[in-house]
Design a protein around this ligand. Structure first.
Ligand SMILES: [Fe+2]
Ligand SMILES: [Fe+2]
Length: 292
């Protein structure tokens, strides 16, 4: 593809930043963000698990890093939350499980954290910085002749001792998926190259290797087929996700999924999608410092 007027999107996932003393990780993040700026990517997508410790103050470190590199703008960056952002697993297991079997509390705690996430990252979610803004998030960005649409959901299922013991299973509420295929969204997306974004992995079995087969249900995206159906109805061309810390590209019935792996474990690696005006696209994983 010719580089002329093409749109280039960089993709990171699963930063799992562990606080302000996690200096090495912050330095690596600075290196990568500097590269993204130097290579003039049109947009950056981060598909969840920004932090590791469930301390929501740590989101501020990510926000500051984006600000330092001039990337903390609606048109420059899109983020969405992962399970490590919205569930404090230790707290759930230690306190609420034993003392409070109330299911609505689990949902409320996830929603409260999601509201805080939206506050911290508001300029990446809402054009005028006004509420109500949140997820699902539909962003339509115009780059010359190319219109790029990002459709992001929060796929975090509240913790539950029996159904979600590690807080790692995914779920998107049916009413959210229904709202996404309503006429206002369809109209807004018309003519755009559409990329769906979520945290959880559609596919968790990457290969036939025993290690993959041993992968268990505790990490699965429970209603992945409903999400998949929604993406097909919207005519999404790609879905980007994270969660299952592996760099992968796979296709399901003509829809390509890109797993952005984990910046935590492979901080030198990231993904890139290049889209041309005819709607052709190409993806590759790169290493920091790699040219071409
Ligand atoms: Fe993760
Ligand atoms: Fe995750």
């Amino acid at each position: 593809m010719s580089k002329d007027k093409n749109v280039r999107v960089a993709h990171l996932s699963d930063l799992h930043l562990a606080g302000k003393n996690d200096r090495r990780q912050l330095e690596r993040l600075d290196l990568l963000l500097a590269e993204i700026v130097r290579k003039e990517y049109d947009h950056l997508v981060i598909t969840g698990d920004l932090i590791d410790t469930a301390n929501t103050e740590d989101w501020l470190l990510i926000r500051e890093a984006l600000l330092r590199h001039g990337l903390f703008e609606l048109g420059r960056t899109t983020v969405l939350p992962g399970n490590h952002d919205l569930i404090n697993l230790e707290e759930e297991m230690r306190f609420y499980h034993a003392l409070n079997p109330d299911v609505s509390g689990r949902r409320r705690r996830v929603n409260d954290r999601l509201a805080r996430f939206c506050q911290v990252f508001l300029p990446l979610i809402s054009e005028d910085g006004q509420g109500p803004a949140g997820y699902p998030l539909v962003k339509v960005l115009r780059f010359g002749e190319i219109s790029l649409a990002l459709v992001a959901v929060s796929s975090v299922l509240p913790w539950s001792g029996s159904d979600n013991p590690l807080g790692a299973r995914g779920f998107v509420a049916p009413e959210i998926l229904r709202a996404l295929v309503g006429q206002p969204v369809i109209d807004a997306l018309s003519g755009s190259f559409i990329i769906g974004l979520c945290h959880h992995a559609y596919r968790v079995y990457g290969t036939d290797a025993l290690i993959d087969q041993a992968f268990d249900w505790t990490m699965e995206f429970k209603n992945r087929d409903d999400f998949f159906g929604t993406m097909k109805l919207l005519q999404a061309r790609l879905v980007m996700h994270g969660h299952f810390h592996r760099f992968q590209v796979y296709s399901v019935e003509g829809l390509t999924f890109i797993n952005g792996g984990s910046f935590r474990y492979s901080p030198e690696r990231y993904g890139e999608v290049e889209i041309d005006a005819a709607g052709n696209w190409a993806h590759r994983f790169l290493k920091v410092g790699e040219t071409g």
